[in-house]
Design a protein around this ligand. Sequence first.
Ligand code: AMZ
Length: 335
Amino acid sequence: MITATRVPRHWTAQAANLARSGGYRHFALLGERGKGAQRAVELEAVLQRNFRLVVPLCELRNRRLWQPGWQQLPTPAAMQIIPAIDLLDGHCVRLHQGDYDQVTRFSDDPVAQALDWQRQGAQRLHLVDLDGARTGQPVNDNAVKAITAALDIPVQLGGGVRSAERAEELLGCGLDRVILGTVAIEQPELVQRLASRYPGQVVVGIDAKDGLVATRGWIETSSVKATELAKSFEGTGVAAIISTDIATDGTLAGPNLDSLRAMAEASSIPVIASGGIGTLEHVLSLLSVAPLGVEGVIVGRALYDGTVDLAEAMAAVGPERLQDAVTSPSGSITV
Ligand code: AMZ
């Protein structure tokens, strides 16, 4: 028997794309914000379908809906949502699939934009110097340094970091982490040296087209498999691998879960997903690869467009996140 008498009717439940997570469909109660009639599914309908229900425990407690007997899954590791600011000639932009001819300019004030993400609760900021990635020379240092000085949260930067001196200069002026892409493939020993000298501060950016690593602003593609490159940094002290799927980057079409799974399985280095996030469901879908070691996700265009709300996404995958409540063997759910 299923009863759902105390849940407000205007709560919505959303199916997340989690087909691979233990055979359960997961749903998020998203409060009263309303996500549009098309996407909203009545909670009762969800319960009728007798799926395991995933709800934020804090929501249940706040509303005094908590019932003894509801089960809480072991606390999962939080997934970090990392807003991205891509800098091109001093402006905040997004490219479509990394194409420098398909630029959308979102802001002319990178510091204000960075402060805005911080105000919205971001716990880390991801910066890309797109000119640097293309030319190998730093072009957006004024913005990078101003952002780093203005923010309290850690800031990481990729794009054009091609030498030990440059990495050290950036770490020396307050950046928390440097991201090495092109040199990871061209001079892997440099990455290893830096990683052992600066533990926790060196990240490898692996950008892949059809599973093969692309470099130099994604203008060149190598014959090296992204998973092989990831594997080669096992045990070197690299803090994380940012795995970007070029085909999905800037498209809002959803992350490439297969490539993320392969990258996470290739080594024990934590993976940060990048590319394709367009909706909250896309963020939630990453929970299916979180147990494999995907510990964060970089979100760009969707935050600018407003299709993902930073605070909501953080709540959805943070430590207080959607936990399993319920299911007795009979499948009855009492809310
Ligand atoms: O969008 C692009 N064309 C692009 C991009 N976002 N090209 C490079 N990058 C980013 C990578 C990585 O973070 O995702 O630049 C960094 C790598 O730069 P480099 O200079 O080390 O290869």
